[in-house]
Ligand binder design. Structure first.
Ligand code: GDP
Ligand code: MG
Length: 667
């Protein structure tokens, strides 16, 4: 089967097109950097099949970031039979730059001109036939999102006779001629013949990776050097890479001038109109604050907690008693009933009842992401952070950390600067991930009643503030370096699609339920057993004498200065390392509470508000769960880094909780 790759700039609609062509369901985000690794699918069309790969977005074949290097290596490998180059029609100049480099590869190739719907709304017309003649490759106008222009594109994609570029562009200023001559010099190398113009350009640019890829004879080396010197004589003061870029942009300009007709009076795009208000100097921060408030108020305030209560009633008021009666009438022994009702239903049910709030939070997060507002948050933050020497670019992965730390840590791959990348990975766990939400909901609900929403907002803000503060210190010590500029471009605003939103929520709900049904389920059983047996494996008379009680009381003094010295809290924190939700299930089991409402009542007697808040601060900051930890180990490149940062986070959590507790005591 032939293999094609979708190649294009970030946020040009690659994944949307990939999903449409292959019928897959990959995550689409209005946000550069969403597709970090590659995905493969199959196109079935008119009895023909083609394998299609979705790659991370790249701006050029001169890689700077890790993901660009991965993408280029794949493009240069032999796995590829052809290229489906997706071009954002509303941003032609920049997108065609990559197209020109792809043409130099000489592989069979077609261009899909995406966003044709947006462009037409702005009254801009693009002559695709003419563009196709000027580029030497077929050009198909499409809208991946609306599904326009798919038939002709599909016909072309499955065609075995997909043509290679008809010619190599005749760049001016001697550049085109130099590429042709360079390709001739490379005639006897083992490079794929059609890709010689590309390699010639890269060798003339002295691209280090390409230079080490290609073995040249001394004669070839001399000839290439002479060619490079001759070029320098043309244009003193520029390096070759810049000179080639200029020649390409000049060429692109003539193509655009030839094929695009714009209205006499440009239409102000909706995005431009909205941004005039949303990222306005005075309005940006109030709007941001208002949106955040709305998001957390609806999730943790009346709406979220009403849904939570309803689900809890179902679990504790209906399922649990029914099951208990059924088990008793079937003659089950008291300990089996205890294990099932207190251990399993108590633990798993305690976590599951937070499902509505999780779904609500993810509804909001996907709204923020799909509309394009999340990118504005990073932009707004950047202007603030720049003043203290940090880059807003770190905010991209960190905001994803509101969902889950694991993918957020991987998203840091989009950062060019290695020190910034490491720093970002170490700061991401300070964000309040979705798994911390049930713990916040439980404790804040139990201790702060109507003010729970505000308490939770304060935790989110505390996490962000902590990451800024620590980032500021890191930047002046361990990670001293100049930050790279902010290159995140602001994507246009878009209405979220119903399908995309539902898909995002469903996926999260599925994750949450799966985790509750596996890890939390097992942990609840283990915790219940450890709490009902003494170290000598006899039935424990009181929980204090159980294995957990003994162990818990051994470590609890560590937390005494933070206000929560009970052994149950210590054990819960320990299980939270496996998964943060486990803090809730462990507490349910340990306090033997029937449901979160009952548990809340018990906790209100155990924790003072000051201790409860300190406990939440500790949950917010201490080391991430095992899955995030494993990802950090991989992305940071070693145990030393991972253990170091987990230890740092835990110490910081202890200190912060200590300070917060003692300040809170003053009030
Ligand atoms: P990728 O980063 O290249 O994979 O881009 P995505 O497929 O994630 O799409 C980026 C954004 O562009 C999403 O919000 C899509 O819904 C949107 N989008 C993709 N294609 C089109 C299109 O043809 N027209 C419009 N209006 N939006 C599109
Ligand atoms: Mg993508």
């Amino acid at each position: 089967m032939r293999t094609l790759a979708i190649i294009g700039n970030p946020n040009s609609g690659k994944t949307t097109l990939f999903n449409r062509l292959t019928g897959s369901n990959q995550h689409v985000g209005n946000w550069p950097g969403v597709t970090v690794d590659r995905k493969t699918g199959t196109i079935h069309h008119k009895d023909k099949q083609v394998a299609l790969t979705d790659l991370p977005g790249i701006y050029s074949l001169s890689p700077y970031t890790q993901e660009e290097i991965i993408a280029r290596e794949y493009v240069l490998s032999d796995e590829l039979d052809g290229i489906l180059n997706i071009v954002d029609a509303s941003n032609l100049e920049r997108n065609l730059y990559l197209t020109m480099q792809l043409i130099a590869l000489g592989l069979p190739m077609i261009v899909a001109l995406n966003f044709i719907d947006d462009v037409e709304n702005l009254d801009i017309h693009i002559d695709c036939e003419k563009m196709s003649r000027r580029l030497g490759v077929p050009v198909y106008p499409i809208s991946a999102r609306r599904g326009l222009g798919m038939e002709p594109l599909l016909d072309a994609v499955v065609d075995e006779q997909m043509p290679a570029p008809a010619f190599q562009p005749a760049y001016l200023h001697g550049v085109g001629a130099a590429f042709r001559r360079g390709a001739e010099i490379l005639a006897d190398t083992d490079i794929r013949p059609c890709s010689r113009p590309f390699y010639a350009a890269k060798l003339l640019e002295d691209d280090p990776q390409i230079v080490s890829h290609v073995t040249l004879t001394p004669a070839q080396r001399t000839e290439l050097d002479a060619l490079a010197d001759a070029l320098s004589a043309h244009d003193i003061g520029h390096d070759h890479e810049m000179m080639f870029a200029d020649a390409k942009y000049d060429y692109i300009e003539t193509i655009v001038a030839d094929t695009v007709t714009r209205p006499a009076k440009p239409v102000l795009t909706t995005t431009e109109k909205i941004d005039k208000i949303v990222i306005n100097k005075w309005m940006a921060v109030p709007i941001f604050a208002a949106i955040m408030f709305l998001m957390f108020w609806s999730t943790f305030g009346p709406i979220g907690s009403a849904m939570n209560d309803a689900l809890e009633y179902l679990i504790q008021g209906v399922i649990s008693p029914t099951l208990e009666t059924a088990l008793l009438s079937a003659g089950a022994s008291a300990w089996v009933v205890g294990l099932v009702c207190d251990g399993i239903i108590g633990g798993v049910g305690g976590v599951i009842s937070f499902l509505p709030q999780i779904v609500l939070l993810f509804f909001w997060l996907s709204m923020l992401e799909d509309t394009g507002y999340l990118a504005r948050i990073a932009f707004i933050m950047d202007t603030l952070l720049r003043r203290i020497g940090l880059s807003g670019k770190s905010f991209v992965p960190m905001l994803m950390g509101f969902g889950c730390t694991t993918p957020a840590v991987m998203a840091a791959r989009t950062m060019e600067n290695e020190k910034d990348r490491r720093m970002t990975i170490m700061l991401t766990p300070f964000m309040s991930c979705g798994a911390k939400l049930p713990v916040y909901g439980l404790i804040a609900g139990a201790l702060f009643g109507a003010n729970a929403g505000f308490v939770v907002i304060s935790l989110y803000v505390f996490g962000i503030a902590m990451s800024i503060l620590v980032g500021f210190l890191f930047k002046r010590t361990v990670f001293r370096d100049v930050s790279s500029g902010f290159v995140l471009e602001l994507p246009p605003y878009r209405l979220p699609t119903f399908k995309g939103t539902v898909r995002g929520m469903w996926e999260k709900a599925k994750d949450f339920i799966t985790k509750a049904g596996t890890i939390i389920f097992l942990m609840s059983i283990v915790i219940w057993l450890l709490q009902n047996f003494t170290p000598a494996l006899a039935a424990a008379a009181t929980p204090e004498t159980s294995i957990l009680g003994v162990f818990g009381r051994f470590i609890a003094p560590v937390f005494k200065p933070l206000g929560f010295g009970e052994w149950q809290a210590a054990v819960a924190l320990l299980t939270g390392i496996v998964a943060k939700e486990a803090v809730v299930s462990t507490m349910s089991v340990l306090y033997g509470a029937a449901g979160d409402a009952a548990l809340g009542g018990i906790l209100a007697g155990v924790f003072t508000p000051a201790a409860g808040y300190a406990f939440l601060i500790f949950i917010l900051l201490y080391m991430p769960c095992t899955s995030a930890f494993a990802t950090m180990k991989r992305e940071l490149g070693g145990w030393k880094w991972a253990i170091g940062s987990a230890a740092f986070q835990t110490c910081l959590a202890w200190l912060a909780a200590f300070v917060v507790y003692h300040i809170a005591l003053l009030f």
